[in-house]
Every structure is written in structure tokens, then in C-alpha cells.
Ligand binder design. Structure first.
Ligand code: SF4
Length: 363
């Protein structure tokens, strides 16, 4: 027998009032076959609408450096344990990074995310990133996020002083599972980075990669932890099986389950910017647009080492479903901007080899 209407309603009411759903309710959400997707999504959508309306923030991610990483994260093609065929480079030039920030702004991105491969930035690199943040913030009205590995109090402070809005460092998976996906750093390293960012007054962006063998209980634990950290931004990635990576198969991800995960994070983090991130196209397939009923944010132009939906198709999908893009440009202006130049640029922004993209094989 399906769940009663008021079961879904109570989830919405609790989230809007700032309450935390009991653990067994969260568990039901992910595991009980009586929970139907549409009423659950509708309940999550009511919470999303309450805090964010129908607005969608669009993010563009830039691999400032790519590959050559000392760490062994098993899901990452840039890891030293991966043989994936990526275009490795140590750092783009300042001119290139700033030009890409300009492009992101002109394409309607609300936020420009600069991602550096590697364990942690040296003090010189932290100073260099601070200089770039300063220049971009002076030139373009765009939010800037940096992801540069493990950060301490000092490097977080330098970036905050330069005007950085947000620091990203994903928790990825639960504390108990962490050693199974990476041996070169710990869950505690990740948590401490987020604490340093908070201490420096930076907004915190931290998310997960679902599909790495975690249980429903572990997903609930992560959603709860991000609530406790008051993460303003939570990217929900779905593992992409990439040839050459140690983690070759995504586990237990159906479109229905992916959407329920997004709902879980919305109910536990009602005010957060929840992003439907890498793997949305691959795992959600024809149900991709439904992710926006729980999430209020999306990447366009692909991810760090995998292609995603094009700018045009991402923007069109948002508009077609009746959502609005948070930008100082109109939807018509944004859609009219798709040029051959934009398209040609895709591969350099996402660190792909132009002749060999990393579309993962279906498992
Ligand atoms: S996730 Fe980051 S730290 Fe881990 S291997 Fe990839 S680039 Fe290196």
C-alpha cells in the first residue's frame, strides 16, 4: 500500500519549519517501495519553492590544473591510480583563466568554479589563486568558488581576504567508507578543510558522489553532516564509471533512486543550494529535468573530465520546464549566445582531450 498523502506533507512542513525528519523517515524515503517518486518530488519542490522560488543557478567549472595528482581517489581520472586518458597540465595561464571567467559570465553563469588538482596548495599557489580571485572579482560581477584540495586556516584566510565567495571541498562519501575510496588522505582532512573555510568566513560548498557502494544510512549521515556544517552549497554527483579508474562501476543508481537522494538532501538541507552535478545526464537519463524540482542549481558545459549536456541544451531544459535562470541576462539573450566559439571552447574548459572525450561506457 502506498504512503498516505500526509506522510509527504509532514516532510514538507517539517523542512519549512526548520525541523529534522526522524532517521527512520529518511530511511523510508530511500528504501521503502511504498514511497512514490512523484509525491515525494512534489513535497521536495514545495520546500525548494519556499526558499528558492523557481530560480536555478548555473555554474561553470574550470580545470585550472588537470591530472598529475599525488592522491589516489579511486573515482577520479586525475588520480595517480587512474590510467584514464586525460589532457594533463599543471596550471593554465592567468590570461586564460581570466578569459574563461569572462566567458562564464557572458554565458549566464552565476558562479565560476576554479578547480585545481592536487593534495593541497603551496603557499605560493594560494597567493596566486588569491591574485586571480581579486582580478576576476574586480572585472566581472560573478561569484567565485575555488576547489584546491586540503586547506588550512592560513590559506583559507588569504582567499577570503582576496574576495573569494566560496570554497569547495566535497565530503564525497561517509567517514566509514572513506578509506575504501582513497588512501592518501582521510575524511578528517576533508572535514578540517571545511572547518577552516568556515572559520575564515567563507561560504562552504561540499557534496557527495553517490554510487560508490554507500548504504542509505551513509547517505543520511552525509546529508545530516552537511546540515550540521551549514553548507550553503551541496553538489550531488552520481559516480561516472570511467575507463582507467579503479572504481569502474556505479552501484545501485537508478533514475528513481538518484531523484530520491536529491529529495533527501533537500529535506535535510532546505535552504542550501543543492546542485544536480556530474553524472546527472548518465544516471537520470530521460528523467534529468525532474532533478530541478528538488535541486536549484546545475552545472553546464560538462564536468572536470567528462562531457555533459551543452550550454544550449542545459539552458533550454531549464526554460522548457518553467524555471528561471538566475542571471542579469534574459533567457533569450542567454540562448542566443551559443556560438561556434562557445562550442569550440568546451574541451579546454573541461580538461578533455579534444579528440577523445571520456564518455563513460554503460555498465
Ligand atoms: S579528487 Fe582531487 S585530490 Fe583526488 S585524485 Fe582527483 S584531483 Fe586529486
Amino acid at each position: 500500500m502506498a504512503m498516505e498523502k500526509n506522510w509527504y506533507q509532514s516532510l514538507t512542513e517539517a523542512a519549512i519549519a526548520g525541523g529534522l525528519p526522524p532517521r527512520d523517515t529518511c530511511l523510508k524515503m530511500l528504501t521503502d517501495s511504498r514511497v512514490e517518486l512523484l509525491p515525494l518530488l512534489d513535497a521536495a519542490f514545495t520546500v525548494r519553492k519556499h526558499f528558492h522560488g523557481r530560480s536555478v543557478t548555473v555554474h561553470i567549472i574550470n580545470n585550472v590544473s588537470n591530472g598529475l595528482c599525488s592522491e589516489d581517489c579511486n573515482y577520479c581520472p586525475q588520480s595517480k591510480s587512474s590510467t584514464a586518458d586525460i589532457a594533463a597540465y599543471s596550471e593554465k595561464s592567468e590570461e586564460e583563466i581570466i578569459a574563461e571567467a569572462k566567458q562564464a559570465y557572458e554565458a549566464g553563469a552565476h558562479r565560476y568554479c576554479m578547480v585545481y588538482a592536487g593534495r593541497r596548495p603551496s603557499m605560493q599557489r594560494a597567493e596566486r589563486i588569491a591574485g586571480l580571485v581579486r582580478t576576476i572579482k574586480e572585472q566581472y560581477p560573478i561569484e567565485v568558488c575555488v576547489s584546491a584540495g586540503i586547506m588550512d586556516d592560513e590559506s583559507s584566510r588569504i582567499l577570503k581576504e582576496a574576495g573569494l565567495d566560496r570554497l569547495n571541498h566535497n565530503l564525497n562519501t561517509s567517514a566509514t567508507r572513506y578509506a575504501k575510496i582513497c588512501s592518501t588522505h582521510t575524511f578528517a582532512d576533508r572535514l578540517n578543510t571545511l572547518k577552516s573555510a568556515r572559520k575564515a568566513g567563507l561560504e562552504v560548498c561540499s557534496g557527495i558522489i553517490a554510487g560508490m557502494g554507500e548504504t542509505a544510512e551513509e547517505l543520511i549521515e552525509l546529508a545530516q553532516m552537511l546540515r550540521d556544517l551549514e553548507a550553503q552549497s551541496i553538489p550531488i554527483n552520481f559516480l561516472l564509471p570511467i575507463a582507467g579508474n579503479k572504481l569502474k562501476r556505479a552501484q545501485n543508481l537508478s533514475p528513481d533512486y538518484c531523484l530520491k537522494i536529491l529529495c533527501l538532501f533537500r529535506f535535510l538541507n532546505p535552504q542550501a543550494e543543492i546542485r544536480t552535478a556530474a553524472g546527472r545526464e548518465y544516471h537520470l537519463r530521460s528523467m534529468e529535468v525532474m532533478s530541478l524540482y528538488a535541486a536549484n542549481s546545475i552545472f553546464m558545459d560538462g564536468y572536470l573530465n567528462t562531457r555533459g549536456k551543452s550550454r544550449q541544451d542545459t539552458l533550454q531544459m531549464i526554460i522548457d520546464a518553467g524555471f528561471t535562470i538566475q542571471s542579469d541576462k534574459s533567457a533569450e539573450e542567454l540562448l542566443g549566445q551559443e556560438t561556434a566559439e562557445n562550442r569550440d571552447h568546451d574541451s579546454s574548459i573541461s580538461g578533455l582531450k579534444s579528440d577523445s572525450d571520456l564518455h563513460p561506457a554503460r555498465n
